[in-house]
Design a protein around this ligand. Structure first.
Ligand code: AGP
Length: 612
C-alpha cells in the first residue's frame, strides 16, 4: 500500500517529507520520491528501491530548499517499479505534480483523450494521466482544475497535488483511498496515515468520500458534497491519543515481536471494553433485540487473517447462537451476487478499515439491504465510517505487515459477539454464559504464559528452519487456526504452506507427503483428538515429521506419534484458538528471523491492501 505525505509551512519541506516517508516504510513499497516547490518551480526527485537510495541521490543534488512539498512511497500497480514510474508524477509542462494512492480504472481512455490533445507521456502509470489531466483543465485556477479533473476519474484515489502557478497551497482529494489532513502551528500536512504526522501534530481530519482539501500553511478549506468549510482544529479535528513511544520498536528487533508480546495487554484492554463486571456491555454498539430477532442469517466477510478470524467466528456463532453463518472472502463476496437481504447481518472484519475488497463488500451488502457491523482497529477508517454498527479492537497501531495482536483482538470480539447473540437469543444457559465469559477474561494471563515460554518455539524453528514446505492440519476450530498459522509462516518466512482439514488429507493431498515433510498439527478439540492422531499416524507412515500443538492432558498419546510437541495452557476447547495461534505466530517469527527475511516488511506485501 503506498504512502502519501505533504507539508506546507515555514520550515524545510524536504526534511519533513523524507522523515514522514520513513515512518510509513512499514506499509510496503518499491520506490519513493518527493517534489519540493522552490520559488515558482517544482523540483522532483524519485528513485526505485528503498528510501535510503532516494536520500543518497538527494545528497548529490544542488540543495533544493522550499516550504511546500509532497512525497510518496509507491507499491507498483500500473507499471513496474522504476525511477520513471515512481511518484510524484508531473505534467509535461512541469506545472503540476501529483502523488497518488489507488487505481484509476479509466486511465486508458483518459490517456487516449490527452494524447489526441498532443500530450506526451513518459511513464506507464495511471497517475501521470491524473497530472496531465489537471494541467489540461488548468486555466488560471488550481482548485477548479483539480475539481474538474477528479470528476472525470473512475476508480480510487488519494491525491496530493502541487501547482507551480499557485505555490501557496497543496490540494488533496480522496475517493475510496484513505487520506488525512494534519493541523499544525503555522503549518499543515497531508498523509496516508497518522504515523507520519504524530511527531508534529495530534490534530487530524480524515477526508471523506469525494472531499477536496485546499491546504495552506495557515488555513485548510474542505470542499465536499455538503459544501465548503474552513477546518477548526478543535471542533472538526480528531485528537490522536497515541503515545509516541508506542510507535517505535522499543527493545525489540522487529515490530512483529513487539506486537506479539503486546497481546496479553491489548487483548485484556479489548475484552474489558466489552465485558464489565462479568457482563457483556454492548450499549455503545446499538444492536437492538428487535433487530436481532429479525435476522435469519449472518455473513462474515473479510480478507487474509481477518477472514481466518471469520472462519473461527462461524464455528463459534453457530455453536453458541444457533444462527446460520456464512464466512466469505471479501474479494469473492463482492462479485458473487450474495444472497443477502434485510434479514442478513453482514459482519466485516478489518484491522486497517481500508482494505479495498472489504470496503467494496460492505457497500455491496448495504446495497442489498443488509445492515453492516464492522470489527475494526483504526478509528474513523472508511469501513468504520460506512458501517451501521462498529466494534473497535483496542490493539493499538499495528505496524508489522503480518498481523498478530489485531488478529487476537478480533478473535476476542468475535467470541464476545457470539456470546451476546446467544444471550439475546437465549440459546445458552446463564451458567454456560458465565462460564464462557470467565474463560474469556482468563485468556490474557494464559496467553502471557505462552509468551514466557517463547524460546521453546525458537528451538522448534531452528530444527525446521531449512524446510521448503509445510502442512498445517486440524479439525473444526483447529483447522481454522491452521489457516492463520499457514498464512503467517508463508508471509514472513516465504515457506510454501497449506492448511488442510485433517480429515481431507486422504482425498488427494497425502500424495505430497514424503520423507521429511513437516506436518504441523493442532489438536485442541478433545472430542476430535483421536481422529486427528489417526491422521498423524497416516502421514508419519509416509515419512512426515510432526510438530503438534495440544494440551497437557494428551501428553502420553501425542508423544507416541509427534516428533515435537508444544502444550498450550488448558482452556475451554471452544476458546482454544485464542491460545493455539500464539505458538504459530512465534514459530513464523523465528523461522523468518533464522532465514534472514525482512520480517516487518515482507517482500511483495503491504500492510493494508487499499487497491483491488
Ligand atoms: C495478515 O498478516 C496480512 N497482513 C493480511 O492477510 C491482512 O490480514 C489482510 O490484508 C486484511 O487486512 P485488514 O485486516 O486490514 O482488512
Amino acid at each position: 500500500m503506498c504512502g502519501i505525505i505533504g507539508y506546507i509551512g515555514n520550515n524545510d519541506a524536504k526534511a519533513f517529507l523524507l522523515d514522514g516517508l520513513e515512518k510509513m516504510e512499514y506499509r510496503g513499497y518499491d520506490s519513493s520520491g518527493i517534489s519540493v516547490m522552490s520559488g515558482n518551480k517544482i523540483h522532483t526527485f524519485k528513485k526505485r528501491g528503498r528510501l535510503q537510495i532516494l536520500r543518497e541521490s538527494l545528497k548529490n543534488q544542488q540543495d533544493v530548499s522550499g516550504f511546500v512539498g509532497i512525497g510518496h512511497t509507491r507499491w507498483a500497480t500500473h507499471g513496474g517499479a522504476s525511477d520513471i514510474n515512481a511518484h510524484p508524477q508531473n505534467s509535461q509542462s512541469g506545472r503540476i505534480s501529483v502523488v497518488h494512492n489507488g487505481i484509476i480504472e479509466n486511465y486508458i481512455s483518459l490517456k487516449n483523450f490527452l494524447l489526441e490533445k498532443g500530450f506526451k507521456f513518459i511513464s506507464d502509470t495511471d497517475t501521470e494521466v491524473v497530472a496531465q489531466l489537471i494541467d489540461f483543465y488548468y486555466k488560471d485556477n488550481f482548485f477548479e482544475a483539480v475539481k474538474t479533473a477528479v470528476s472525470k476519474l473512475e476508480g480510487s484515489y488519494a491525491l496530493g497535488i502541487l501547482c507551480s502557478n499557485e505555490p501557496d497551497k497543496i490540494i488533496a482529494a480522496k475517493k475510496d483511498s484513505p487520506l488525512i489532513v494534519g493541523i499544525g502551528e503555522d503549518e499543515n500536512y497531508i498523509a496516508s496515515d497518522v504515523t507520519a504526522l504524530i511527531s508534529k501534530t495530534r490534530k487530524i481530519y480524515r477526508l471523506e468520500e469525494n472531499d477536496i482539501a485546499v491546504v495552506k500553511k495557515d488555513k485548510v478549506t474542505i470542499y465536499s458534497n455538503a459544501g465548503k468549510k474552513v477546518l477548526d482544529r478543535d471542533k472538526d479535528c480528531t485528537t490522536i491519543d497515541w503515545d509516541i513511544e508506542s510507535v517505535g520498536k522499543g527493545n525489540y528487533d522487529h515490530f512483529m515481536m513487539k506486537e506479539i508480546m503486546q497481546q496479553p495487554k491489548v487483548l485484556k484492554k479489548t475484552i474489558d471494553s466489552l465485558i464489565k463486571n462479568g457482563k457483556i456491555d454492548f450499549l455503545d454498539v446499538g444492536l437492538t433485540d428487535e433487530y436481532l430477532k429479525s435476522l435469519s442469517k449472518i455473513f462474515i466477510v473479510a480478507c487474509g487473517s481477518a477472514y481466518h478470524v471469520g472462519v473461527v467466528g462461524r464455528y463459534v456463532v453457530e455453536k453458541l447462537a444457533k444462527i446460520s453463518v456464512e464466512v466469505e472472502l471479501a474479494s469473492e463476496f463482492r462479485y458473487k451476487e450474495p444472497l443477502v437481504d434485510e434479514s442478513s447481518l453482514v459482519i466485516v472484519i478489518s484491522q486497517s478499515g481500508e482494505t479495498a475488497d472489504s470496503l467494496a463488500a460492505l457497500r455491496e451488502a448495504k446495497k442489498l439491504g443488509a445492515k453492516v457491523l464492522s470489527i475494526v482497529n483504526v478509528v474513523g477508517s472508511s469501513i468504520a465510517n460506512e458501517s451501521d454498527y462498529v466494534i473497535y479492537t483496542l490493539a493499538g497501531q499495528e505496524i508489522a505487515v503480518a498481523t498478530t495482536k489485531a488478529y487476537s483482538c478480533q478473535l476476542s470480539v468475535v467470541y464476545i459477539l457470539a456470546l451476546y447473540f446467544a444471550e439475546r437469543f437465549k440459546s445458552i444457559s446463564d451458567d454456560d454464559l458465565s462460564k464462557y465469559i470467565a474463560e474469556l477474561i482468563s485468556l490474557p494471563d494464559k496467553l502471557e504464559l505462552i509468551l514466557q515460554q517463547k524460546d521453546e518455539l525458537l528451538e522448534i524453528a531452528q530444527k525446521y528452519k531449512d524446510i521448503s514446505c509445510a502442512f498445517f492440519i486440524g479439525r473444526t476450530l483447529d483447522y481454522a487456526v491452521c489457516m492463520e498459522g499457514s498464512l503467517k509462516l508463508k508471509e514472513v518466512s516465504y515457506v510454501h504452506c497449506e492448511a488442510y482439514a485433517a480429515g481431507e488429507l486422504k482425498h488427494g493431498t497425502i500424495s505430497l507427503i514424503e520423507k521429511g515433510t513437516l506436518v504441523i498439527a493442532l489438536l485442541t478439540q478433545d472430542e476430535l483428538f483421536d481422529k486427528t492422531v489417526s491422521n498423524l499416524r497416516e502421514v508419519k507412515a509416509r515419512g512426515a515429521r510432526i510438530f503438534a500443538i495440544t494440551t497437557a492432558n494428551h501428553r502420553s498419546k501425542i508423544n507416541e506419534v509427534a516428533d515435537d510437541v508444544y502444550f498450550i495452557p488448558e482452556c475451554l476447547n471452544l476458546m482454544s484458538p485464542v491460545l493455539s495461534v500464539i505458538p504459530l505466530q512465534l514459530l513464523s517469527y523465528y523461522s523468518a528471523f533464522l532465514r534472514g527475511c525482512d520480517i516487518d516488511k515482507p517482500r511483495n506485501l503491504a500492510k493494508s491492501v487499499t487497491v483491488e
